[in-house]
Design a protein around this ligand. Structure first.
Ligand code: MN3
Length: 200
């Protein structure tokens, strides 16, 4: 059973003007699809064929001889997760137990925003910023390239893709503006809260 490119959880125009259909046509239609296609080619006929995406990621992490498989598998997972971290008319403050946990961990939503933006904007080159749960504690981390928190025992709750391909068509070089818009208008806090409940 080969992996398939998952459909976006909303129409490709649903996040405009904050995230355009044109960006989705490349980011989902070309980049994400290429990771899926590459992964299928790399695992065909190997002992990894038939395993779940998570099993492949964990089996190939930190194995230099499997770096190509790892990068593509992790990027398939990261992108599918990222699409679900956004929704139309999203962003702003979370609510409920998640909001309380964020307040306790970071000293309030504004402090969370400050740290999340610093992680996203400060990631040199390509990568991701994340809100994760590790040993019951909320943390903000960033990963380079295709790396993904599950390989460090961290459970992903929220991510933003800060590879240039994620924002260049809409924001050009203005990564800070993209991250601010992501926080203000795109974050799907319902999805993040579900991840938090499952991870606790
Ligand atoms: Mn990307």
């Amino acid at each position: 059973m080969a992996f398939e490119l998952p459909s976006l959880p909303y129409p490709d125009t649903a996040l405009e003007p904050n995230y355009s259909a044109k960006t989705f046509s490349f980011h989902h239609g070309k980049h994400h699809k290429a990771y899926v296609d590459n992964l299928n080619k790399l695992i065909a006929g190997s002992e990894l064929e038939g395993k779940t995406l998570e099993q492949i990621i964990l089996a190939t992490a930190n194995d230099p001889s499997k770096i190509g498989v790892f990068n593509n598998a992790a990027q398939v997972w990261n992108h599918t997760f990222f699409w679900n971290c956004m929704k139309p008319a999203g962003g702003g403050k979370p609510s409920g137990a998640l909001a309380s946990a964020i307040d306790a961990a970071f000293g309030g939503y504004d402090k969370f925003v400050e740290q999340f933006k610093a992680a996203a904007v400060g990631r040199f080159g390509s990568g991701w910023a994340w809100l994760v749960l590790e040993n019951g504690a909320l943390k903000i981390v960033s990963t380079p390239n295709g790396e993904t928190p599950m390989t460090k025992g961290q459970k992903a709750l929220l991510t933003v893709d800060v590879w240039e391909h994620a924002y260049y068509l809409d924001y050009q070089n203005r990564r800070p503006d993209f991250v601010q818009t992501f926080l203000d208008h795109l974050v799907n806090w319902d999805f993040v809260a579900q991840n938090f409940e499952k991870a606790k």
